[in-house]
Design a protein around this ligand. Structure first.
Ligand SMILES: Nc1ncnc2c1ncn2[C@@H]1O[C@H](COP(=O)(O)OP(=O)(O)O)[C@@H](O)[C@H]1O
Ligand SMILES: O=P(O)(O)O[C@H]1O[C@H](CO)[C@@H](O[C@H]2O[C@H](CO)[C@@H](O)[C@H](O)[C@H]2O)[C@H](O)[C@H]1O
Length: 456
């Protein structure tokens, strides 16, 4: 690995990184300051007289000394090759600027060229897949995606998208594993996976390359348009979204079918049900620490989180799932829906992300997301009762249509699955209450309000 020691021994560079990282939305979104950054590994991928490109894995600590996680940086050193100025985030000891390399077309192109050529470098594998896939040979235009994300993506020639995994973990990311599985099974419901960047030794996924769908809008924006349309009245309370929601339900059921077949079903027997119940309760007690409003509901939530364990019907399939499904993880083109980002919850550890679950988990994620889409633009129910009533109608119509589309493909839910679905919906609302309290406190009322309603 290149220059590792020089970077590790450079305290000014590490201090500059500690100042810069909290400003990055993908870092943790809270802006809390860092006390220190340790450079763990540096992998060079491009070297010319003018500039160096590196992938660097760093470990961070916050001001209380607690571990604030590891993250992946893509850095350029030297003069950036970019149309507009790229401000340096630090300088090396010999005064050369260090900058975010995703703004540098030559360096992004160098990463893609390594993938296309299967050219490993400095402890990293660059893989084009499936075998024989044709990737562009000419230099690419590069555009940052600009979405509010947990990771960072750049669009290449409006045809490809390179996603940098900001929080690499030991072992392959579930996003890469599930994309491979769905592609190899011929699923039409995900963008085509074309390549990956993987760290040798740890096996961590550092990046993926996929086809970019230029005619797609994300499902969240599509739902918001429909909500706006429906608030003005009209015959369809779901503002024309009913058909789309039904089709989305069918797509999710089809993806679940493919994942279940590709990864042999593991029965979630009674013992595992107990573990799942424990998991729900642990997640709740973790959230109560940061969201004190949850304390008043813990007894009722505990009942919901245990009642499915003893239900007759015994075995419910546990399988690979999306793990963090919401409208922002879907793409809608004029012809179809696609699902994205199979990474699981960004705040969960690797073990939790690869855990098998009932497919009801993803169904619950979408039901919650319809509720978000309808309510996030509203004021309080007292200020705007008509708006809230219209929002409720939109949610009901969209949720019913989505469930009908799911059931039409997957078959009807058993009573046990219905109970499990309720538990997953409330667990998701607990997760969201914690997520919003940390990231977007002005949205925390949305999951809290529906949690209270869901317990009635
Ligand atoms: N293949 C694609 N085609 C078009 N847009 C995409 C594609 N992949 C991702 N996007 C857009 O990028 C956003 C973030 O992608 P995602 O994989 O969910 O990253 P993150 O893990 O950072 O949330 C999506 O919400 C979507 O708008
Ligand atoms: O997309 P990510 O993998 O970063 O997921 C995280 O952020 C999401 C929000 O940005 C969050 O989703 C929540 O907000 C959505 C609206 O923005 C809403 O549709 C979802 O229902 C709600 O959960 C997601 O939970 C979080 O993990």
């Amino acid at each position: 690995m290149t220059g590792e020691n020089a970077w590790q021994r450079d305290p000014a560079l590490r201090r500059a990184l500690a100042r810069w990282l909290p400003e990055q939305r993908w870092f943790d979104g809270t802006g809390r300051p860092l006390a220190s950054v340790a450079v763990l590994r540096v992998h060079a991928f491009h070297r010319t007289a003018a500039r160096l490109g590196v992938l660097a894995v760093v470990a961070t600590r916050d001001v209380s000394g607690a571990d604030a996680g590891r993250c992946l940086l893509v850095l350029g050193v030297g003069a950036p090759h970019a149309p507009s100025p790229v401000p340096p985030l630090a300088r090396t000891r010999d005064g050369r600027p260090v900058y975010g390399a995703l703004a540098d077309a030559e360096l992004v192109d160098a990463l893609v060229r390594r993938i296309a050529g299967h050219r490993p470098a400095d402890g990293v594998r660059y893989v084009a897949e499936p075998p024989g896939v044709a990737l562009p040979a000419a230099p690419l235009t590069v555009r940052p995606l600009g979405a509010e994300q947990s990771n960072t993506s750049v669009v290449l020639d409006e045809r490809y998208i390179l996603k940098i995994f900001r929080r690499p973990t030991e072992g392959a990311s579930p996003d890469l594993v599930l994309h491979r599985l769905l592609r190899d099974a011929g699923s039409p419901h995900v963008p085509q996976l074309l390549g990956a960047i993987e760290e040798e030794g740890t096996g961590a996924t550092l990046a993926t390359l996929q086809t970019f769908l230029p005619d797609a809008e994300d499902g969240w924006s599509a739902a918001l348009d429909s909500v706006r349309g429906s608030l003005g009245g009209g015959p369809d309370p779901a503002g024309g979204f009913t058909g789309a929601a039904r089709r989305l339900g069918g797509v999710l059921a089809d993806v679940h079918g493919t994942l279940a077949a590709a990864h042999e079903n593991t029965p979630l027997g009674d013992g595992d049900c107990r573990q799942l119940s424990e998991l729900f309760r642990e997640r709740l007690s973790h959230a109560v620490g940061a969201v004190p409003q949850l304390a008043a509901y813990t007894d009722q939530l505990h009942s919901v989180f245990t009642e499915f364990v003893s239900l007759p019907g015994g075995r419910r399939p546990a399988q690979l799932t999306h793990g963090d499904l919401h409208l922002g993880q879907t793409l809608r083109t004029p012809r179809r829906w696609l699902l994205l980002d199979f990474e699981g919850e960004p705040q969960a550890g690797h073990e939790e992300r690869i855990r098998l679950h009932s497919p009801m988990r993803d169904v619950a994620g979408m039901l919650r997301s319809f509720d978000y889409a309808a309510h996030h633009g509203l004021g309080s129910p007292d200020e705007d009762p008509a708006g809230h009533a219209a929002a409720e109608r939109w949610v009901r119509c969209s949720q019913d249509a989505f469930l009908a589309g799911y059931t039409a493909v997957a078959g009807p839910r058993t009573p046990a699955e219905s109970r499990l679905l309720r538990a997953y919906v409330l667990d998701k609302a607990v997760y969201e209450a914690l997520y919003e309290t940390r990231h977007r406190p002005s949205w925390a009322w949305i999951p809290l309000r529906s949690l209270v309603r869901g317990l009635r």
